[in-house]
Design a protein around this ligand. Structure first.
Ligand code: CA
Length: 324
């Protein structure tokens, strides 16, 4: 992987991370990942990433907007913007890469001798992350999930690191803020960032394979707030009310056990109680067949649901979080 931008040059630089990708339609071709470096001199480095999954749009839009508009004269430090981390997936409108079928967020720390997705992950781990003090990884639900917009930090072993990440997530000022207990972060970007001791904020800002005006505005405000919080921009973070949520265990998640048409019985933001039916799945085979009921595993707020109209056995159908 070869960057076409210099990370230490002052000013704003648009360029690419160029990954060799020899293929039938381009013998000496490359995958071109857009990157923007905004270097305002002495100060911390923020690494802002979106498009880890290719069908999650809020973060990609907010970071393209930031790359276009950010004035290096107003930045104390350096902002590295990678708006489409998995560009092949972004171009295909898919979650995972069409080149190797690999999920970027299961490919970390990556492999310099691996497939395209592994090589991108490796470049982030070995070259971009060591430069960063503050890291933002913007996600949404993609085509198959839809979330109430939240920013999140993880429960971390070191109390000071845990507090720094939680404070940064709160600064993002999404309508909901979550403290997540990650049981297995094998292959995930966030785990690699956190084990390096960096401050990390992640998000889920909507989904269903599209962006909304409201969720894009949340992403743009959150990015700006985080840069102010990190000391890279002057000013005060824009304050907006947030509800703290906890997702304490596996009871938060309900999975479909049959295929069919997804009938939601409640919408995102509804308060539900344990055992309450939240959706039904209608079989497609004939009339006169009863739907399967899906119930909430615990009492709380209905924060995420399966997105398209058809559901398969094994799909995550509903997520309930507990307001704190
Ligand atoms: Ca995602």
């Amino acid at each position: 992987m070869t960057p076409t931008v210099a990370f230490d040059a002052p000013g704003k630089h648009h360029g690419f991370l160029r990954l060799p990708h020899s293929r039938n339609d381009s013998a000496w071709g490359h995958v071109m990942l857009p990157i923007c470096v905004v270097n305002g001199g002495a100060g911390p480095t923020a690494l802002l990433v979106a498009g880890n999954h290719g069908d999650e749009y809020e973060g990609m839009i907010a970071l393209h907007d930031l790359a276009l508009s950010l004035d290096p004269g107003l930045v104390a430090g350096r902002v590295i913007i990678v708006p489409q981390l998995n560009t092949p997936a972004v171009r295909a409108g898919t979650r995972v890469s069409p080149i190797d079928g690999v999920n970027m967020n299961r490919a970390f720390p990556g492999n310099a001798r691996g497939t395209a997705t592994a090589k991108i992950a490796d470049y982030l781990t070995r070259h971009l992350l060591p430069m960063a003090d503050l890291v933002l990884d913007i996600h949404s639900g993609g085509k198959t999930l839809d979330f109430l917009p939240f920013a999140a930090s993880h429960v971390l072993p070191d109390p000071a690191h845990d507090a720094a990440c939680a404070a940064a997530a709160l600064t993002f000022a999404a309508p909901y803020t979550v403290k997540m207990l990650e049981i297995d972060d094998t292959g995930m970007f966030d785990g690699v960032v956190e084990r390096l001791g960096k401050v990390l904020v992640t998000t889920e800002l909507g989904g269903a394979g599209m962006a909304r005006a409201e969720t894009v505005a949340i992403a743009k405000r959150g990015v700006r707030n985080l840069l102010i919080h990190g000391g890279l921009l002057e000013g005060r973070p824009e304050v907006s009310p947030t509800t703290m949520l906890d997702m304490p265990d596996g009871d938060c998640f309900t999975f479909a056990e049959s295929a069919g048409m997804f009938e939601p019985l409640v919408d995102l933001g509804a308060t539900v109680s344990a055992g309450q039916p939240v959706a039904r799945i209608w079989p497609l085979d004939a009339t006169g067949l009863a739907p399967t009921h899906l119930t909430a595993g615990r009492t709380g707020l209905f924060v995420a649901r399966h997105a398209p109209g058809l559901v398969q056995a094994g799909d995550c159908a509903a997520v309930v979080a507990v307001p704190l």
